[in-house]
Design a protein around this ligand. Structure first.
Ligand SMILES: Cc1cc2nc3c(=O)[nH]c(=O)nc-3n(C[C@H](O)[C@H](O)[C@H](O)COP(=O)(O)O)c2cc1C
Length: 406
C-alpha cells in the first residue's frame, strides 16, 4: 500500500477501557454443542485457538450459560459452577499466548432453553427430553407464561425472587469469567433468549415493574448490566448483544433499541453488538430480509443517534465490505461468524483484499517466520502463480455464465 493512501480502519487499533484491540475484527459467538456438563473441551481449544492464529482482534466464545436452566442446548458451555473455570482458562491462556484477547458471551436462554444442535434437527426438546437430558430437572423460564412457538413448552413466569436469583447468576458467572482470565464480556440480550423476551411486548405481558411500558420491559436488562458491571473489573470492556428489531410490526423496534443502547451505556456497557430477530417462530419467519450486511443499518442508526460504539454483524463477508461499514460510520467493530468457519484466517485474507502486506511479523512466530522467509526468496514467483490461477478461474466463471445464458 502506498504511504499516501489512508490506512484501512479495519486494521487500526481500538481502545476499549484498558483493552487495546489490534484490529477491528471480532469473531462472533458461535454455539458448538461440544461442552461436557458446561466445561470446555479440546474442541473449544482448537475451535477458538484457530481464530487466534488467524489474526482476529478479539474472539468471543459461544453463548455460555449462567445457569443450567439457561443453556440453549444440552452441551453448551457454562459458568454456573467453579469447576467450569479451569477448562475455559486453558482456552484463554492459549489464545493469549497467540497475542489475541478473548471474551465470553454470558447468556440465559429463558423460554428458548433446551434445543437440539442444527445437525440433529434444531428443534425444541420436548418436556420429557428436557427431563432426561442430563438427569436433572430443567425448566424453561420467561417473563410470562407464553411459549416461544408451537413446538416450545409454556415457560414458568419468573417472580421477583426468580428474577433476583438470575441477576445473581449473571454476577457469579462474571466473577468466574474474570477468574478464567477473559478480557471482555458480551451479554446476550438478543435472539429471543431470556432478556430479549423481557424486552419485547410480544413475549412480556407482565403488569409489574418488569413489564408494561418500555421502561418496565428494559428493567431486567439494565439491572443485569449494572450488576455485571459492578463485578467486572473497571479496566475490562462490556459488550451487549441485542436484537435491534423483533421483525414483527407490533414488536421491539429500532427506536426502542436506540433508547436501550443509551441506557445500557449509562450502566457502563461499552459496545452495542447489533443483531436482530429470533423472538418467536413467527418473527423468525418475518425477520429482516437476508442480504449482505443486512443488519448494518441498525448498527448505524444506534451509533448515529447515541454516539455509542457499535459492532456490526451479519453477512459481512470480505475485507472491502467490512472496511466500507467502518468508513461510512455504521460501526466501530466488525463481527464475523460463518466466514470465519469458512476461513479461520479471514483477517489475513482481508489484509490481502485491502492491498496490505501480510505483516508476517504479527503472525505467531512458528508460522510467520517461515512465510516471511519464503516471501523473501519466492515472493515474485508466488504472486505470478496466484495471478494466473485468478485469471483462469475468472475465465472459467465467464464461460460458465455465457453457457448458462444459452
Ligand atoms: C454455528 C453458529 C452458532 C451461533 N451461535 C451463536 C451464539 O452462541 N450466540 C450468538 O449471539 N449468536 C450466535 N450465532 C450467530 C452469529 O454470532 C452471527 O450473529 C450470525 O451468524 C451472523 O453473522 P455471519 O453472517 O457472519 O455468520 C451463531 C451462528 C452460527 C453460524
Amino acid at each position: 500500500m502506498k504511504s499516501s493512501e489512508r490506512a484501512p480502519l479495519l486494521f487500526s487499533q481500538l481502545a476499549l477501557r484498558e483493552l487495546v484491540l489490534r484490529n477491528r475484527i471480532v469473531i462472533s459467538p458461535m454455539c458448538q454443542h461440544a461442552a461436557d456438563e458446561g466445561r470446555a473441551t479440546d474442541w473449544h481449544l482448537v475451535h477458538l485457538g484457530k481464530f487466534a492464529l488467524g489474526g482476529a482482534g478479539l474472539i468471543f466464545t459461544e453463548s455460555t450459560a449462567v445457569s443450567p436452566h439457561g443453556r440453549i442446548g444440552v452441551c453448551d458451555l457454562g459458568l454456573w459452577r467453579d469447576d467450569q473455570v479451569a477448562p475455559l482458562k486453558r482456552v484463554v491462556d492459549f489464545v493469549h499466548a497467540q497475542g489475541a484477547p478473548i471474551g465470553v458471551q454470558l447468556a440465559h436462554a429463558g423460554r428458548k432453553a433446551g434445543s437440539q444442535a442444527l445437525w440433529e434437527g434444531g428443534r425444541a426438546l420436548t418436556t420429557e427430553e428436557l427431563r432426561l437430558a442430563d438427569g436433572t430437572p430443567w425448566c424453561r423460564l420467561g417473563p410470562s407464561a407464553r411459549a416461544a412457538g408451537p413446538e416450545w413448552s409454556v415457560p414458568e413466569a419468573l417472580d421477583d425472587t426468580g428474577i433476583a436469583a438470575i441477576i445473581e447468576e449473571f454476577a457469579a458467572a462474571t466473577r468466574r469469567a474474570d477468574a478464567a482470565g477473559f478480557d471482555a464480556i458480551d451479554l446476550h440480550f438478543g435472539h429471543g433468549y431470556l432478556v430479549a423476551s423481557f424486552l419485547s411486548p410480544i413475549s412480556n405481558h407482565r403488569t409489574d415493574g418488569y413489564g408494561g411500558d418500555r421502561t418496565g420491559r428494559m428493567r431486567l436488562a439494565l439491572e443485569i448490566a449494572q450488576r455485571v458491571r459492578a463485578e467486572w473489573p473497571a479496566g475490562k470492556p462490556l459488550f451487549c448483544r441485542i436484537s435491534a428489531v423483533d421483525g414483527a410490526a407490533d414488536g421491539w423496534s429500532v427506536a426502542d433499541s436506540v433508547v436501550l443502547a443509551r441506557e445500557l451505556a449509562r450502566c457502563g456497557v461499552d459496545v452495542i453488538d447489533v443483531s436482530s430477530g429470533g423472538l418467536t417462530e413467527e418473527t423468525r419467519r418475518l425477520t429482516v430480509p437476508r442480504g449482505l450486511g443486512f443488519q448494518v443499518g441498525f448498527a448505524r442508526q444506534i451509533r448515529e443517534e447515541t454516539g455509542v460504539v457499535t459492532q456490526a454483524v451479519g453477512l459481512i463477508v470480505d475485507g472491502e465490505q467490512a472496511e466500507e461499514v467502518l468508513q461510512t460510520g455504521a460501526a466501530d467493530l466488525i463481527a464475523i461468524a460463518r466466514e470465519a468457519l469458512n476461513d479461520p484466517y479471514w483477517p489475513r485474507r482481508a489484509r490481502e483484499t485491502l492491498g496490505l502486506d501480510p505483516d508476517y511479523d504479527a503472525w505467531p512466530v512458528r508460522h510467520g517466520v517461515w512465510l516471511a522467509k519464503r516471501e523473501e526468496t519466492m515472493g515474485q514467483t508466488l504472486r505470478q502463480r496466484r495471478d494466473v490461477v485468478r485469471q483462469r478461474s475468472q475465465h472459467a466463471g465467464d464461460v460458465g455464465l455465457t453457457q448458462g445464458k444459452n
